[in-house]
Design a protein around this ligand. Structure first.
Ligand code: ADP
Ligand code: MG
Length: 628
């Protein structure tokens, strides 16, 4: 709750709305206690006194009634009616929506068609018709305004409820034997309350206006009772001669509706988790680059893709998350480089930085270079990046269901991947799609090309993901945990497929994983990442046989061996440090059994000989020249 108010307070306009609204509500609450004259007392001798007259601060109206008193009492009434109408519409609309959405089928059909019928009328006309039928009066106006707003709430809430009604937690509640009423109150309702509050906060101002509108037409509050609408209505005839009589209630309506709407927007932003995480702030086309020193342009290319001291940070308000702090890697054609590390060690951010795919804000590349055949991709023009994305460097992601579009056939999606880089005819595209599906060993490729993603198994979808990555014959494939969501047999198939592909096509593969077993099967070399840094690097077999960094050793010890009998698996105690507060020295020191005080000081370098390197003062295996 306090987090909610903090978020709300950060939004200046909403805070302003809250303060003004608070003042108006407070004023309305204390009106009976104020020393005001009777708002209905007429005094025809003092008609149309201007504001700041003796005894009438805001002047008087056509019947000599005190405008200040009428304004305060009228505000009180208008607010009460507006809030009551909003509350009533929200409760009734939500109830209707939840019932329709939860029970579905015929219940839903009947209820929603009735709601549709209500929505088919222009709602001001509908409100007028309701008041005409019930007779003029404030209570009837309240009923009319509520009723015409019920469909808005019902539609909103029904949509949410339909989505919730088939969720696993509702199934679980049914399995637990809960009654429908109980499921609605304990499972559905808490999930829709924020939506109800959001919808209400953004419509309250509207309802106050609608009520005022009815009163203005003489259908709401009846004389002599004042509300803001009727005050405006009565002042209509003196609009030119005595404008203050209409300007005063007009300004009050403006203040109320403005502040409620600003507050409502703020409430919505603070309550909506998607807006909180910045879903509405459009990310830039390519990651923002803000390098302190631009690396030397001369290309010292060892491989087709080489990273040099790459640094990527997330700047979130006043915190800096150093997700990648100085990573250097390189991979040659036909080679597979494994990047391994615990979740959160910066593997994905490293991979995404190469083609400027890290979302900005909050991502910023603050240093280093990513060279594709000697050409630095960091800070390259967006147009250049776009032609290279997918064509020279392709990505495969963990969850193929999330990367494939659910409504298009996989064949069409493959063609789309190609046609975004070069024009391709329909028949040629189809042939190419079938060829791609064959190349990733999908049986019946001719039929499968017309399948939708949901008609395929997880392994097959990942093959489609790989086919898509291959579509433009890239030189480098960056695979970010492509087998993590698959079972082991499918995983083995996918790995051997990738292995064949790189041998056949001379692909360079950067394979990101958290599993040393996978690295052992596929990768020639491996780089171990921890807290945004590479802590060890070398040929896979050598590292597996004799890891140098204590962290690598512990990671390898975590992998169970088949047929090796019962061995105690050594889980690594503790958690990686948070990358917004990295300790000095070795980030692993706090979890390391061999840590010495000197491990927690200064910068520890990645040092080694030949193909191996380690970032450790007391490695398991010394890589210095004397022993090498
Ligand atoms: P992984 O190695 O599991 O792929 P990531 O590269 O996804 O890890 O994340 C590296 C670090 O970057 C994590 O500690 C994460 O907290 C941080 N991070 C990622 N995205 C954001 C973001 N949008 N804002 C702040 N921190 C982020
Ligand atoms: Mg990741």
């Amino acid at each position: 709750m306090s987090a909610f108010f903090k978020l709300l307070a950060r939004n200046r306009l909403a805070l302003g709305g809250l303060i003004v609204m608070g003042l108006v509500v407070a004023l309305a609450l204390i009106t009976p206690l104020l020393p005001l004259v009777d708002p209905d007392a007429t005094n025809t001798a003092n008609r149309f006194l201007p504001p700041f007259s003796d005894g009438a601060l805001l002047g008087t109206d056509a019947l000599g009634r005190d405008l200040l008193s009428r304004l305060l009492w009228g505000t009180r009434l208008s607010l009460a009616v507006g809030f009551a109408a909003a509350l009533f519409a929200a409760v009734a609309g939500a109830a209707v929506g939840i019932i329709a959405g939860f029970y579905g089928g015929r219940t839903d059909n009947i209820i929603m068609r009735a709601v549709d019928m209500l929505m088919a009328f222009p709602y001001i006309l509908l409100a007028l018709a309701i008041v005409a039928a019930l007779g003029p009066g404030l209570v009837n106006a309240l009923i009319a305004v509520s009723v015409v707003n019920i469909p808005f709430f019902a539609r909103n809430i029904r949509g949410i409820t339909v989505g919730l009604a088939n969720k696993e937690f509702v199934d679980a509640a049914k399995l637990a034997g809960m009654s429908n009423a109980r499921i609605i109150t304990s499972e559905i309702l808490p999930n829709v309350v924020p939506v109800i509050v959001i919808a209400m906060s953004t419509t309250i101002g509207w309802m106050i206006l609608e009520t005022a509108g009815l009163s203005f037409l003489g259908l709401g509050s009846q004389p002599p009772q004042a509300d803001l609408g009727s005050m405006l209505g009565e002042a209509r005839s003196a609009l030119i001669t005595n404008p203050h009589t209409s300007v005063i209630p007009g300004i009050m309506i403006l203040i109320i509706v403005m502040s409620i709407n600003l507050l409502g927007d703020g409430v919505r932003d603070a309550l909506d988790p998607r807006l909180k995480s910045g879903a509405l702030s459009r990310p830039m086309a390519a990651t923002r680059v803000d390098r302190k020193h631009t690396p030397a342009p001369e290309a010292r290319t060892e491989g087709i893709l080489s990273l040099e001291n790459l640094r990527t940070e997330f700047h979130v308000k006043d915190r800096i998350y150093k997700a990648v702090s100085g990573v250097s890697l390189s991979v040659k054609p036909g080679e597979c480089l494994g990047v391994i590390g615990e979740s959160g060690s910066g593997k994905s951010v490293t991979a995404l930085s190469i083609m400027g795919l890290v979302a900005s804000p909050p991502g910023v590349i603050t240093g280093g270079a990513a060279r594709l055949e000697g050409r630095d991709m960091i800070g390259a023009r967006y147009g250049d990046l776009r032609t290279l994305r997918g064509r020279r460097v392709a990505y495969i992601f963990q969850d193929p269901l999330a990367t494939l579009h659910p409504l298009y056939k996989v064949g069409d999606q493959l063609v789309e991947a190609i046609s975004s880089h070069r024009a391709i005819s329909k028949s040629e595209g189809r042939a190419k799609a079938i060829e791609l599906l064959k190349s990733v060993r999908i049986p019946n490729a001719e039929e499968r090309v017309d399948s939708y993603p949901h008609e395929m198994s997880g392994g097959m979808r990942q093959r489609v993901g790989i086919a898509m990555a291959l579509a433009n014959d890239p030189d480098v494939i960056i695979a970010d945990e492509p087998t993590t969501a698959l079972d082991v047999t499918v995983q083995a198939q996918i790995l051997s497929l990738l292995d064949d592909l790189r041998r056949e096509r001379g692909l360079a593969i950067v394979f990101i994983t958290h599993d040393f077993g996978v690295v052992a099967q596929l990768c020639d070399r491996v780089a171990v990442m921890y807290a945004g840094r590479i802590v060890e690097e070398g040929p896979t077999m050598e590292i597996l046989r004799a890891p140098a960094h204590p962290y690598t050793a512990r990671l390898i010890a975590c992998v169970p061996e088949l047929g090796a009998g019962k061995r105690k698996l050594e889980a690594i105690p503790g958690l990686p440090p948070s990358v917004d507060a990295l300790p000095a020295g070795c980030a692993f020191a706090d979890r390391c059994l061999k840590a010495q005080p000197s491990c927690k000081e200064g910068e520890i370098l990645l040092e080694g000989t030949g193909s191996r390197a380690v970032r450790c003062l007391y490695p398991e295996l010394s890589l210095s020249k004397e022993t090498a």
